[in-house]
Design a protein around this ligand. Sequence first.
Ligand SMILES: [Zn+2]
Length: 218
Amino acid sequence: MWHWQTPAIPVVAALCAAFLPAPADAAVDLNQAFDAAVTIAAEPAWNARLRFVADPAITPALVAFVEPGRCDVAALKNSGFIRASLAQLEPQDQGPYLEGLMAHELGHCAEHHANAGHGVIKAQAAAAGVDSTRAAQQQTLRGELLADIYMGLYLAQRHPDRAERLMQFHLQRRAQSADVDPEHNSARFLRAEQIERRSGESMLQAALRIREAVTRAQ
Ligand SMILES: [Zn+2]
């Protein structure tokens, strides 16, 4: 359910108009989760910000809007999808899981800002004779895969005692939604225990390496 979109100027303008002041209750946790994730998973140059939106057409949960020098994460106020996810977790796991979801969005910003992969994926799809709709779906899935790996790497660093369990939970949810949301089914490729950062690797380098390995293996 977490989408990444190439920024189209009208979309970004409409989104700005829809930004709201942070609501008082549940959003406090979202703010905390975002601030925690940013310290590990974002570069200062991105100017990463969290905004709240009221329109579920923008996102049912979280979405990243990426531009040069900018990474806006929009969160739906009172998202039923996020509430339903948290309801399945023990209270002490809820904050770390939210942080992981924020790290997922920051992973989209990381890939976009590094300009890694997208052009290559399109070219590969065209060369293989894949039609454009399918190519776009594959590209989306690759982006989601990288963002979920980013989430796992964040959790491994920040919450090592919970990381594997939370990623298993997350991938299980992805697999359960595969019929209606195949573009987010990173569980098709990934297992929680595959998400490990080697010493000296940046988070993005590790995420790109792991994505290459798991997609090549299929
Ligand atoms: Zn995503």
